[in-house]
Design a protein around this ligand. Structure first.
Ligand code: SF4
Length: 287
């Protein structure tokens, strides 16, 4: 089988989605909701907050304000009292009150289905609009959140210089068939949430080794070296075969800062105490 570096991005995307579908049979949002309005509220609340936390506050919120008209009569302070455990509760309370009023006054009490109209609502940006189009209305949309951004980059579904959410969205839409966008969004989110996590990806449990560029790069890292003598220096340069204490730093071709030898600039450097390479594989996170 080709390794991940040699595969075209669309070929890799097709195989990745097929593999993820086998372990994630129900790729759908984990935000509990019964209708488009409830989903809109939950997605606005979920910005920089976990779905789990959002699901804890929405039952009481929806009980008090079951309809757009009900929430449109609420003051931001009333909503704040019910969502205070969520991140940025002040702003989100203002957004929800404002959005409900706009839905009542300008959209006939219904959640609109187009991106342009959705993005007129307070608190609704590109990502929320895409989630709504796809998850609430079954339209062709692919929202890129922090998980999708990180996972798409790690696997290598997007180009090395896809450094922004907009670019990742454009590139994913280019390589994935339109009818799979909604599924792909949820597959990548759930994979990022439970397996390819931000701090410590569970590569040993992952179904994507062989399809993932980050995995390939980690596999290509030099093995730990035995027999180094930390008494002679903190680092060992395996190119010039000498020890040193104060390393230089250098950016590799992926833009990752690496420890380098102050004498020859080599990145073939090992920690003398542990014997482990100092080379790091680029990671991808928003912010
Ligand atoms: S192999 Fe590791 S880095 Fe690659 S997708 Fe799986 S968990 Fe993420």
């Amino acid at each position: 089988m080709k390794n991940a570096e040699r595969m075209s991005r669309s070929e890799r995307a097709e195989r990745v989605m097929a593999s993820l579908r086998k372990v994630i049979p129900a790729p759908e949002t984990e935000l509990v909701h019964d209708n488009p309005f409830e989903l809109l509220v939950a997605v606005v609340l979920s910005a920089q907050c976990t779905d789990e936390r959002v699901n804890k506050v929405t039952p009481a919120l929806f009980e008090k304000y079951p309809t757009i008209e009900d929430m449109a009569t609420a003051e931001p302070e009333d909503i704040f009292a019910l969502i205070r455990s969520i991140s940025y509760p002040n702003n989100k309370a203002k957004h929800l009150a404002g959005a409900a009023r706009m839905l009542r006054d300008e959209f006939g009490g219904r959640v609109p289905e187009t991106s342009a109209q959705l993005k007129r609502l307070p608190g609704v940006g590109q990502k929320t609009a895409e989630v709504m189009i796809s998850a609430a209305f079954g339209g062709a949309a692919l929202a890129v959140d922090t998980h999708v951004f990180r996972v798409a980059n790690r696997i290598g579904l997007v180009s090395e210089n896809a450094a922004t959410v907009d670019k990742v969205e454009r590139e994913l839409k280019r390589i994935l068939p339109e009818h799979t966008w909604g599924d792909a969004h949820h597959l990548l989110i759930l994979h990022g949430r439970y397996t390819c996590t931000a701090r410590a990806p569970k590569c040993a449990e992952c179904v994507l080794p062989g399809l993932c560029k980050t995995w390939d790069r980690m596999e290509a890292l030099p093995a730990a070296r035995d027999g180094l003598d930390p008494g002679r220096g903190a680092y060992y340069c395996a190119t010039r075969r000498h020890y040193f204490d104060t390393p230089d730093r250098i950016s590799d071709r992926h833009g990752t800062e690496q420890v380098s030898c102050p004498r020859c600039g080599s990145m073939n450097v090992f920690n003398a105490r542990t014997g482990v390479t100092t080379k790091r594989v680029k990671d991808y996170r928003i912010g």
